[in-house]
Design a protein around this ligand. Sequence first.
Ligand SMILES: [Zn+2]
Length: 206
Amino acid sequence: MFIEPKTIIHEPKVGWIELICGSMFSGKTEELIRRVRRAVIAQRKVKIFKPKIDIRYHKIKVVSHNKNEIQSVPVANPLEILKLIEGEEDVIAIDEAQFFENSLVDVVTELANDGYRVILSGLDMDFEGKPFGVIPGLMGIAEYVTKLHAVCKRCGNIASFSYRLTESNKQVLLGEQEEYEARCRRCFIIGMEEKRNKLTSQKITF
Ligand SMILES: [Zn+2]
């Protein structure tokens, strides 16, 4: 379990970056909320941001799959985060970071350099098992990277892939449990092959 290097930030403020990543259903948002709650107990001022694209459940609150929720500010792009910071905050948390553009790397670097503790959470791979957008860049610059794992819905092994049950090819497809399931590498490969075979047989039929 992640333990904060320190919760009290002394003057001059020295910031750092933490990244929580993993597949869907791996508990990323719960972990983000856990760290935020601990910072609040330590009387740190926290501001939480999320991309406007994530419209599941509620527009303002960061909501995890187990309904553990906390207030957040929806923003359209990373620069908006810089504009909305008032200077009194100690901790900046950013949920669903994979939906932000690559400039998020520069924005969080600037925040950490200015003395903020930055906690991000995001999907590390898309539905094809490819690195997701800005997340690999964030892994490179973060002092602390925590990779969480889900449980494979098929076989019960450790899962690190988000398998899409529908056949859409869009990278960003907001969905819930009925559209995705966590899978281990083996079950993910089997599923992708089944999809490919289905497509091929359809082509032959028509
Ligand atoms: Zn499996």
